[in-house]
Design a protein around this ligand. Structure first.
Ligand SMILES: Cc1cc2nc3c(=O)[nH]c(=O)nc-3n(C[C@H](O)[C@H](O)[C@H](O)COP(=O)(O)OP(=O)(O)OC[C@H]3O[C@@H](n4cnc5c(N)ncnc54)[C@H](O)[C@@H]3O)c2cc1C
Length: 414
């Protein structure tokens, strides 16, 4: 079905930003009979999507849908209606229709069988081109000109484009070199679009390591540890997993999973205290008993290794954070092994983060994701004000919001 405008021409939609959210909007719009043009500042689309594929492309999660929704925290009421239009099951069916098989990993995460993003993106772009979607690379959107047309900077010079509707899918604020550089923020702020500040999400944190520890242990993984975060004097959240020591602090999956709370705690109090449990499967009593056994002539390191299996970076972290005098007192040492205090000082810069929080607020849009301040302009993807942990929740909501924005345009143009 082709949709015509008042001049009898096929209606045109400009999708600006060729990440997963923009491409999904383009797919819905082309299927709805519209002429769709995708513009992107970079030489090719989907660069962050491809990067996501490098470490194993986690498309979505197979956990019960109610648990899935909880991952969007305070934004659950806004994200749930979007996911109703494109559920985790629908996402998997969509991937299968592109000729890519998926599997569920032991953690419940869903991956393409080959773990890669490139074959999926290739098949998707092929299908979009066949549906008539036009692609315009190296077109940086600069806002609107005085006549109200979309304004682009291109390799051929400035370009003004008119469209019957616009989908903005410009990404968040991390990994600027892949295109999502957040230069859209002032363009929308000028138009009185309500925005929440962009903040790092799924990010690392800074800690104050000694020069010796940094030099010898940056890059070392701590496996099978638990972290308890605190809120004032109270424990807040406990999670088990693994993380990595960096030159500046800590990063990795366990840290990312706790990062929203840690970031907010640091913003409120200047730092965040966490307790590391280096032996989460051992009780304090058992650790105390083992530590208290006679050490003989052995060093502390070999005593802890032979009695508890503690070695390498775990023992060095104890040395780094526990006062030397406490090593002589079994109970204090055992308590440190089970709850080693570490102060995190700052979130790492947003550009290093896996994703960002903040962006266009849901209050500034109607339920179809059209900006109240700019009728006919819709938004999708990570540029909206929500956040979620890693685990496929990011792509799930980006794709679902792209679909919702596409459907929103279709009903608005009708
Ligand atoms: C290392 C890494 C691994 C990740 N792994 C996963 C994973 O396994 N699973 C998961 O769910 N998520 C993962 N993510 C997150 C996921 O990749 C992003 O959430 C997702 O790509 C965001 O999609 P988007 O379409 O909103 O924006 P983006 O993918 O960022 O796309 C935005 C597009 O807009 C373009 N653009 C921006 N400004 C302009 C402008 N002014 N003019 C024209 N074009 C512009 C950019 O060039 C870009 O192509 C990962 C992210 C990173 C960094």
């Amino acid at each position: 079905m082709t949709s015509l405008n008042n001049s009898g021409l096929q209606k045109t939609v400009a999708v600006i930003g060729g990440g997963p959210a923009g491409l999904m909007a383009a797919e819905v719009l082309a299927a709805g009979g519209l002429q769709v043009h995708v513009y992107d500042a970079m030489p090719s689309v989907g660069r962050k999507f491809l990067l996501a594929g490098k470490g194993g492309m986690n498309l979505t999660h197979s956990e019960p849908y109610d648990d899935f929704l909880t991952r969007y925290g305070a934004r659950r009421p806004q994200i749930a209606p979007l996911l109703e239009q494109f559920s985790p099951d629908a996402l998997r069916a969509w991937v299968h229709a592109l000729g890519i098989d998926t599997f569920i990993g032991s953690s419940g995460r869903v991956f393409p069988t080959d773990m890669k993003a490139a074959p999926l993106l290739r098949a998707w772009l092929h299908r979009l081109r066949q549906a008539g979607v036009g692609f315009h690379m190296r077109h940086r959107w600069l806002g609107w000109n005085e006549a109200g047309a979309l304004s682009f900077d291109t390799t051929q010079g400035p370009l003004a484009v008119r469209a019957d509707a616009v989908v903005l899918a410009l990404g968040g604020g991390s990994w600027a070199r892949l295109g999502s550089d957040a230069r859209w923020v002032p363009l929308l702020a000028q138009r009185e679009v309500p925005l929440a500040p962009l903040l790092p999400a799924n990010c690392g944190f800074e800690a104050s390591w000694s020069a010796y520890f940094r030099e010898h242990f940056a890059g070392h993984h701590l496996k099978s540890v638990a972290i308890t975060t605190t809120d004032g004097d109270q424990p807040a959240q406990r999670k088990q997993g693994e993380f990595v020591i960096t030159a500046d602090g800590v990063e990795g999956s366990l840290i990312y999973a706790l990062s929203a709370g840690l970031r907010d705690r640091i913003a409120a109090s200047g730092s965040a205290l966490v307790y590391l449990d280096l032996l989460p499967d051992w009780s304090l009593q058992r650790v105390t008993d083992e530590v208290a056994r006679p050490r003989g002539a052995r060093s502390w390191s070999s005593h802890l290794q032979s009695r508890l299996g503690l070695k390498g970076v775990k023992t060095s972290l104890l040395r780094e954070l526990v006062p030397a005098a406490d090593f002589g007192q079994p109970l204090l040492l055992a308590q440190a092994i089970k709850a080693l205090p570490l102060t995190l000082l700052a979130a790492r810069p947003i550009d290093e983060a896996i994703s960002s929080a903040g962006g266009v607020t849901f209050e500034g849009m109607d339920p179809q994701l059209m900006l109240k301040a700019l009728p006919g302009v819709f938004c999708a993807g990570e540029m909206l004000d929500w956040e979620a942990p890693t685990g496929g929740y990011l792509l799930s909501a980006c794709l679902a919001s792209g679909r919702a924005a596409g459907n929103g345009v279709l009903s608005w143009l009708r």
